[in-house]
Design a protein around this ligand. Structure first.
Ligand SMILES: Nc1ncnc2c1ncn2[C@@H]1O[C@H](COP(=O)(O)OP(=O)(O)OP(=O)(O)O)[C@@H](O)[C@H]1O
Ligand SMILES: [Mg+2]
Length: 241
């Protein structure tokens, strides 16, 4: 398979617990790919596999280079930024300290000030709160901080794990709007895991439905939307609001 990020027959798990059983797909450079599926399907594990956090079997290629089994720091240096479930920001540190940490695993650290300005332009609320502790931010602001921190890596690939979790519909809309803008303006490849299929399919071109560690449905976002009958009856997920 050709593509910017190509995953072939990926197996992953936690010790004896096998979670992914041969996942294959490919994402074009600059595309947004949605990973949908019910609880426990292995969505988070898939993103962890893509950023080197869990041991994998299979093949992972980034921009034509095999990167299977690389450590998380290496994947970060190669431009794969992960915004984990639960965000992973450092509560006692200020907003700006969190953002600066995001640049620390980058090979080339020049231009940090420019990158900070860029993140603040995407998320003006973070500029306003830059001297405040991250722990004092609202859930939506913390999610924006987590995305902003990932952007400090100048990522080629942005992995987003359930960015809407715990956020109000309005804040979620805003966040997805900004992710869409980032993708459009910077051609950052995005893989977004979401239980809110409607939202994810709104910004994605491609989608894969994962169930029990296997892809059970793949297609363009429009095809998956049109296949509502299948997705609803088979997986119990909603693709329309
Ligand atoms: N650290 C871990 N150690 C052992 N098993 C784990 C670990 N993390 C997840 N699992 C198991 O792996 C399976 C897949 O979990 P995963 O978190 O990838 O699913 P998910 O699709 O992200 O689910 P959710 O929608 O709830 O976030 C589940 O059965 C889960 O219990
Ligand atoms: Mg998950």
């Amino acid at each position: 398979m050709n593509g910017f990020l190509t995953i072939t027959d990926l197996h992953a798990g936690y010790g004896a617990a096998k979670v992914l059983h041969g996942v294959s797909f490919s994402v074009e450079q600059g595309a947004v790919c949605a990973i949908l599926g019910p609880n426990g399907a292995g969505k988070t594990t898939l993103l962890r596999a893509l950023c080197g956090m869990v041991k994998v079997r299979g093949t992972l290629r980034l921009a034509g280079t095999e990167v299977t089994g690389r450590a998380p720091e290496t994947m970060a240096r190669l431009g794969v930024a992960h915004v984990p479930e639960g965000r992973g920001t450092f509560a006692p540190l200020t907003v700006e300290e969190n953002l600066r940490l995001g640049a620390s695993s980058r090979r080339d650290r020049t231009g940090t000030e420019t990158d900070l300005r860029r993140v603040y332009d995407y998320f003006p609320i973070l500029r306003e709160k830059r001297r405040e502790a991250a722990g004092g931010l609202s859930g939506g602001q913390q999610q924006m901080l987590a995305v902003g921190r990932a952007l400090m890596l100048r990522p080629r690939v942005l992995l987003l794990d359930e960015p809407s979790l715990g956020l109000s519909p309005l804040v979620t809309q805003e966040l997805f709007g900004i992710v869409h803008t980032i993708n459009q303006e910077e051609r950052t490849t995005v893989i977004v895991v979401e239980q809110n299929a409607h939202l994810a399919l709104g910004i994605a071109q491609q989608a894969h439905v994962l169930e029990s560690g296997r892809i059970v449905l793949s297609g363009t976002a429009d095809q998956i939307k049109a296949d509502e009958q299948v997705t609803r009856s088979y997986l119990g997920i909603r693709v329309r609001p």
